[in-house]
Design a protein around this ligand. Structure first.
Ligand SMILES: C[S@@+](CC[C@H](N)C(=O)[O-])C[C@H]1O[C@@H](n2cnc3c(N)ncnc32)[C@H](O)[C@@H]1O
Length: 205
């Protein structure tokens, strides 16, 4: 998908995103953030922060920067920050494939439901590794192609439709890990039958 199409799609979602997706996404986001081992003073980057479902979960003892391509999604996130007095969080409009940060700034990077939305997930992961400190933690939450042949077949058929509504459904987990050169510490599903994976990796650049 092109960046302009992504912006249009997510502008359309922005007002209803939490109503549609919070029930599906929030439990995994919560689990992942609470398992990140965030330390006092940690600098955290939330890539593709969207409407900021994750934001109330970051402890006040860290500093968070949330970036997103979509001004409309960020507007929703801004409202959460204001309403909940999340003074430790700042937002910036930015393309995850070209992050406007110097190298080695962040202790931890969180990226949920984004790598199957962006045009080039490996460019994003390369940028994530660049801005994250060596030995820092990278946490990815995302849907990947099912290993069940029937499900994978359905996902392949569904892929052209899912791309039109905002994400691809054919991203392969093993290929993603390999091509992103991720040093994975653990990867798991929250429930036995689940469409989404959580990946914890150490930045091994
Ligand atoms: C499915 S939403 C996920 C939002 C949030 N992380 C969550 O888990 O609820 C995908 C988000 O990625 C953003 N996005 C897509 N392409 C992007 C890019 N190239 N750079 C930054 N953000 C991008 C979209 O604007 C959207 O807010």
């Amino acid at each position: 998908m092109e960046l302009e199409s992504i912006k249009k799609i997510y502008a359309g979602y922005s007002n209803v995103y939490d109503v549609i997706f919070k029930g599906f996404f929030y439990p995994r986001i919560k689990h992942a953030i609470q398992s990140m081992g965030i330390m006092p003073g940690d600098m955290i980057l939330d890539v593709g922060v969207g409407t900021g479902l994750s934001l109330p979960l970051f402890p006040k003892h860290c500093k968070v920067v949330g970036i997103d391509l979509s001004a409309a999604m960020l507007k929703q996130a801004k409202q959460k920050i204001k309403k909940l007095h999340l003074d430790h969080i700042e937002l910036r409009e930015m393309d995850a494939m070209s992050l406007h940060f110097p190298d080695n700034v962040f202790d931890k990077v969180f990226i949920s439901h984004v790598v199957s939305v962006v045009p080039d997930p490996y460019r994003v992961m390369s940028e994530v590794k660049r801005v994250c400190k060596k030995g820092g933690r990278i946490v990815v939450v995302n849907h990947f192609k099912s290993k069940n042949k029937v499900m994978a077949g359905m996902e392949k058929i569904f892929n052209p439709v899912s791309k039109r509504i905002g994400w691809r459904s054919d991203l392969c987990l093993d290929e993603f890990i390999q091509k992103a050169h991720l040093k994975v510490d653990k990867k798991y599903k929250l429930k036995k039958i689940d469409l989404w994976h959580v990946i914890f990796a150490t930045n091994n650049k």
